[in-house]
Design a protein around this ligand. Structure first.
Ligand SMILES: Nc1ncnc2c1ncn2[C@@H]1O[C@H](COP(=O)(O)OP(=O)(O)O)[C@@H](O)[C@H]1O
Ligand SMILES: [Mg+2]
Length: 443
């Protein structure tokens, strides 16, 4: 009897082992047999013990399975989210491929709005076309002068370019102000005062002009021989003023394509108004401001168009407003008289060749950082340099320094200055002029 009990017990143990190894141990046939066998045993305690154990075992198994389900489910969720992510990535890459394969769009400028859905445009390649506008573009985005993107084949307007402002114009605004200050300029105190009063004061304290009832000058023109410090003055204004300073060299306004120069001028003024208070400075004004003549080539006519736009813009703004105009030229004689009319460049400031006293001051300014032998006589130096411009005087101090460097001395002596004066004053004027052309100096 004991024997017959032994066997099922081993079986029962076997069941536990089987269950714990994870194989699905539900109520299979063997289990039923087991129970039947247990039932037939005489000992009811043993049988109930067996059932309780078996129940525990199944419960444990159930818990394990539940955990597993949870784990698998969370894995599934993760996989699904990965799938969505990769699908998005595929879509993005597909559209990127599409974008890379798309043909380029042409750039054009709207010349005129025609009836209905058509406009007259000037393509960047030159000729004018009458083209359709995409229905996705709202009518008020199209205006003469707007920059648009054109389909390559049909030249239909498919997009209006967001910033019609030329990148060139953006480059003109001085973000980093130059390091020149009024203190670096020698012998031009009267001119500095005049600029402050004509350019800065109307911007900073317009009420003072209103109180007296005078119109401040609209534009200030600096005239004088090359190398006398006109560009330098403007740089100092840029440095010392709190207004936005927009500088442009006249030659930059002379553009390759018809109408481009005029557009640049227009955009410069738009930007100046947006960023007001501001000062627009046109260096080498003669590049666009030369007297207009009838028998011009098409290039000349383009320059004249630019000048006309400039005149129109100057007329279009309020002298007491917060945009001021400054310009510099060394060819005052060839300027178009229209530029100098009242209401345009109505304040002319002459920047002369430095006087004896000014020369002393400029020489001292430029040699203040140099190690100079004691007893150097700047008066004598100024006396030896009649007619020298500020640029010449700067060149003299630099040359003197170079002589000292060449001879491996660390102090500049009178003999160095003497040789430098001789060298610089002997060199001919034309070469000086080309060296001091404003465009280069400003960069
Ligand atoms: N009055 C001055 N004081 C000090 N330096 C001067 C003066 N005038 C000219 N210079 C020097 O000559 C250089 C050229 O001057 P610049 O302003 O470009 O002349 P402009 O524009 O009148 O042709 C300046 O960078 C400066 O170093
Ligand atoms: Mg200059």
């Amino acid at each position: 009897m004991y024997d017959s009990n032994e066997k099922p017990f081993i079986k029962y143990r076997g069941c536990i082992i089987m269950g714990s190894t994870g194989s699905p141990s539900g109520m299979d046939k063997e289990d039923i047999n087991n129970i039947a066998q247990k039932k037939s045993t005489k000992d009811p305690d043993e049988f109930s013990q067996y059932l309780i154990d078996r129940m525990h075992q199944l419960e444990e198994h159930n818990i394990r399975l539940k955990e597993e389900t949870r784990k698998v489910e969370s894995e599934k969720k993760f996989a699904e989210s990965q799938k969505v992510k990769y699908e998005r990535e595929v879509r993005r890459l597909r559209s990127e491929i599409e974008r890379m394969k798309a043909p380029p769009l042409l750039v054009g400028t709207v010349m005129e709005e025609l009836d209905g859905e058509r406009v007259l445009i000037k393509s960047s390649a030159g000729p004018n076309f009458v083209v359709n506008i995409s229905t996705f573009i709202s009518k008020d985005e199209i205006y003469p002068g707007a920059q648009v993107a054109l389909n390559q084949q049909s030249l239909a307007v498919v997009n209006v370019l967001p910033a019609p402002k030329d990148p060139l114009v953006h480059g003109m605004e001085i973000i980093e102000t130059p390091t020149v200050s009024y203190a670096d300029i020698g012998g031009l105190d009267a001119q500095i005062e005049e600029i402050k009063e004509a350019v800065e004061l109307p911007l900073i304290a317009p009420e003072r002009f209103e109180a007296v009832g005078v119109e401040p000058p609209k534009g200030v023109l600096l005239i004088g021989p090359p190398g006398t410090g006109k560009t330098m003055l403007a740089k100092a204004v840029a440095n010392e003023t709190k207004a936005t300073f927009i500088r442009i060299v006249g030659s930059e306004l002379v553009q390759k394509y018809i109408g481009e120069g005029a557009r640049l001028v227009r955009e410069i003024f738009v930007m100046a108004r947006e960023k007001s208070p501001s000062i627009i400075f046109i260096d080498e004004l003669d590049a666009v401001g030369a007297r207009r003549i009838d028998t011009g080539t098409s290039g000349d006519r383009e320059v004249q168009r630019t000048l006309m736009q400039l005149l129109a813009e100057m007329d279009g703004f309020d002298p007491r407003g917060n945009v001021k105009l400054m310009a510099a030229t060394n060819r005052h004689d060839i300027l178009d008289p229209a530029l100098l009319r009242p209401g345009r460049f109505d304040r002319i400031i002459t920047v002369p060749i430095p006087s004896f006293e000014a020369r002393i001051e400029i020489l001292k300014l430029h040699s203040r950082k140099m190690k100079i032998a004691p007893g150097i006589n700047f008066e004598r130096m100024a006396a030896l340099t009649p007619d020298a411009t500020g640029a010449d005087l700067k060149a003299i101090t630099m040359e003197a320094g170079m002589f000292a460097v060449r001879e491996e001395r660390d102090v500049v002596e009178w003999s160095d200055f003497e040789r430098a004066i001789e060298k610089v004053m002997k060199s001919t004027r034309p070469s000086l002029e080309s060296r001091n052309s404003g465009g280069v100096m400003f960069a």
